[in-house]
Design a protein around this ligand. Sequence first.
Ligand code: CTP
Length: 213
Amino acid sequence: MRILITAGPTREAIDPVRYLSNRSSGKMGYAIAEAAAEQGHDVVLISGPVNLPPFDKGTFIEVESAAEMLDAVKGAISNVDAAIFAAAVADYRVAEIASEKIKKTGDTLSLELEKTEDILGSVRSAFAFDGFLVGFAAETNDLEKHAIGKLNSKACDMLVANDVSRNDIGFDQDSNEVTLFFKDGEKEFYDRRSKKEVAKVIVETVERLARTD
Ligand code: CTP
């Protein structure tokens, strides 16, 4: 199969020296890309800024902002059979990027933020993607409720949910514990294991379901 994967955080510029971002390390997305390539799939990895070795087992596209990630997805999505959106895309960016460094003039500073494009949420409608679609949800509470909400609202076939309130799994850790939610209402729980093993589970599940889709 041809599989597109997004990974890492995005960076939304505030001024020439500052940005908004999040704690995503990119490890989960890169592990999925490695696992998919190992299984012989043709992989396109679209990555935000991370401190990981460049992916060299397929097509590797590096981006910074949510808008750049959307552009890269737009360019690649029509050629793939499955898309796995593991990136922690910033939900907001500053409404206007300052062209010069913002000086500290007052005791408080307000930034006006506007929503970024929901890349995963737009691939079905904006790009008519009809392949197997996998989303991620990082939650601190009501995991199942939020995960099922995202699975449905973003028209995913499968959603990978993990609890980011825990320090031993998820963001910036080498292991993860996930529940896979499926559009037919089924779910599967995988207790704590390395991100490499979680990646293998995700790729095998995509192989199993995408082929019979
Ligand atoms: N996603 C995306 N583009 C965005 C935001 C999120 O593609 N602008 C994707 C992520 O890659 C992930 C899923 O959507 O697969 C996460 O869903 P989202 O509802 O954005 O999760 P949160 O950002 O955690 O949202 P909330 O704050 O509502 O929990």
